[in-house]
Design a protein around this ligand. Structure first.
Ligand code: HEM
Ligand code: HEM
Length: 184
């Protein structure tokens, strides 16, 4: 088993951002799913929260990119095969692209439907509508992009979690401890 020094962990900020954002992203998938079968009134509440949480995710992503530039990831565990290291780089990179693209496409779809109405941020303030073309066609296009990119994230999420579990339970190589502070 590889020994893990404190220096091989992600920074506290990166760990906090990872788990807060993972929880918010999963919650947003659940809210979108619940909204599908909800009545009109319930749907509007669920989607209102979906949008505000989604914009929060977008803002956190900007902070996270800044954090990543300031505090790069610690070196990978030295027992990783080259293909594993490459695959994790691709998946992590795509997560960053999707954490920007999904909420931006959702915001654009909502702006195209909403006739310039701002997105209500939990009753605290409004995020202005994006300057996109209004109407069904434009909303349909951004909605399509939103849905497809969200589906891709779901596939990557499954791959990412299976990878984390494989490293923890099969390889037992300390990868999970890089991101889970209470694992010794
Ligand atoms: C990372 C953040 C987000 C995730 C993971 C996410 C995920 C999803 C998913 C899975 C759906 C259901 C798609 C379908 O099957 O039709 C959906 C629908 C929707 N989302 Fe998001 N979403 C996010 C952020 C946002 C944001 C920021 C907004 C708007 C401000 C938004 C607005 C919408 C709207 C209006 C729909 C309804 C259907 C559509 O136009 O396609 N989402 N979202
Ligand atoms: C939607 C949810 C998730 C997203 C978007 C996500 C995204 C990421 C990203 C981008 C990284 C690279 C480090 C960084 O830039 O901060 C990472 C690392 C990691 N994630 Fe996740 N993650 C999610 C959920 C999970 C879950 C549920 C687990 C555990 C079962 C997990 C375990 C890990 C581990 C162990 C690492 C460290 C990998 C390494 O560099 O050695 N993640 N995650």
């Amino acid at each position: 088993m590889t020994t893990l020094t404190a220096a091989a962990r992600y920074s506290r900020g990166a760990i906090a951002l990872h788990w807060i954002m993972a929880a918010l992203i999963v919650l947003n998938f659940v809210l979108a799913e619940m909204a599908e079968d909800a009545s009109k009134d319930e749907r509007s509440i669920l989607m209102g929260n979906h949008k505000a949480i989604g914009i929060t995710i977008l803002l956190f992503t900007l902070v996270r990119i800044g954090w990543k530039l300031a505090r790069p990831a610690p070196p990978l565990v030295d027992t990783l095969k080259a293909w594993e290291a490459a695959l994790s780089k691709v998946v992590h990179g795509l997560f960053y692209v999707l954490m920007l693209a999904i909420p931006l496409a959702g915001w654009a779809a909502s702006s195209a439907w909403g006739n310039g109405a701002p997105v209500d941020m939990f009753g605290l303030f409004g995020m202005p509508a994006l300057p996109v073309e209004h109407g069904k066609e434009s909303a349909g296009l951004f909605g399509e992009i939103h849905e497809t990119t969200a589906k891709l994230m779901f596939v990557l999420f499954v791959l990412h979690v299976l990878g984390a579990l494989k490293h923890h339970f099969i390889d037992r190589d300390g990868t999970m401890r890089r991101m889970v502070p209470w694992l010794k």
